[in-house]
Design a protein around this ligand. Sequence first.
Ligand code: FE2
Length: 429
Amino acid sequence: MLDLLIRNATLPDGREGIDIAIGDGRIAEVCPGIEAPARETLALDGWLVTPPFVDPHFHLDSALSAGRPRINRSGTLLEGIEIWGDLAPTLTPEDVKDRARELCHWSIARGCLAIRSHVDVTEDSLMAVDALVDLRRELAPWIDLQLVAFPQNGFYRYRNSRENLVRALDRGVDVVGGIPHFERTMDDGAASVKSLCEIAAERGLLVDMHCDETDDPASRHVETLARETERRGMQGRVAGSHLTSMHSMDNYYVSKLLPLMLEAGLTAIANPLINITIQGRHDTYPKRRGMTRVKEMVAAGIPVALGHDCVMDPWYGLGSHDMLEVAHMAAHVGHMTGVDEIGALFAGVTTTAAAALHLDGYGVEPGCHADLVVLQARDPVEAVRLRATRLYVLRRGAVVARSAPEAVALDLGGTRRTVDFLADGGALG
Ligand code: FE2
């Protein structure tokens, strides 16, 4: 007896009329016409079923704190760091956990069941680290949280960073972070990349650095990060987050950089909502978009994942942790509106992001965890276009979130019909 049978799904790769059999929290079978008794059946009428959204770059410790102790008037990265510097020492473990838990509930409701969150290790108490390690355990049945030790104030720039970062790893933080463009000099930035990769290599950990989050084309720490990755044999284990300086770099230099990134197996993580908001703030006109070269990297075969980065914090006052909103923004900022390009962006918030996190048992294949999202859309393009309603979110085979289909009732002078915005008029039309 199956626990759940999903009937008539469409998969992101285009297969239609697919049934998915689920037992013991895992996917047992994926094919058309499964005939087996099940405790519960979801008949889908062709809705898109995807493995869950994955956010590869977020900050749970600052989420939902916007306006405390003041709003970011300039909208710049640097004013955001200043505000966070004033707020962080005043936080309590309960406050951090309550806000982060609330954000995770939003995330589950949006079908995002894994988040890689950076956690600031500047405070000597490591209070936020302990709070989020606790929360990771508390929420493990419902969402995978992966924590990155993030020296927000610089690895060399702030005196206690090395010690605090190592202590955070000892307390259970999963990934080594960094912020080379915030160090005092280019040399210090490059040295920080080398030291942090050494710490990760010694401990067998993954690396994910905030890297070159600036409009300065001379900020080339990604080059050091890729070279260190290659030199230490850490291919596939290192991510460069943001990489916004690449937007402003000379094309000739980028033509040399992309093959190095590819050889190093570096994952690029763009954060389009934040990049389009924060970059270009020193420009008059034209104002640069600032997002890294997603289109060129995808074409070159470099894995590109997309993160949300912030929701209602000192850097970004908007958002509801919707990874389809992230992909939607990437399509616009990156001039990526072709069908295959939108498919690559959909992968950027699902499979490519899952690969960056080294998630176990992720996918819609027999043997994978039965973690699935049913979208009110027929394909990834429609999902991104509509930021489609998440009809069902499944975790280990159990429905943990459900939403009514979008259906607006029109009454136009007595003529009544329902609008659902689907390209074919939809099942509800
Ligand atoms: Fe970030």
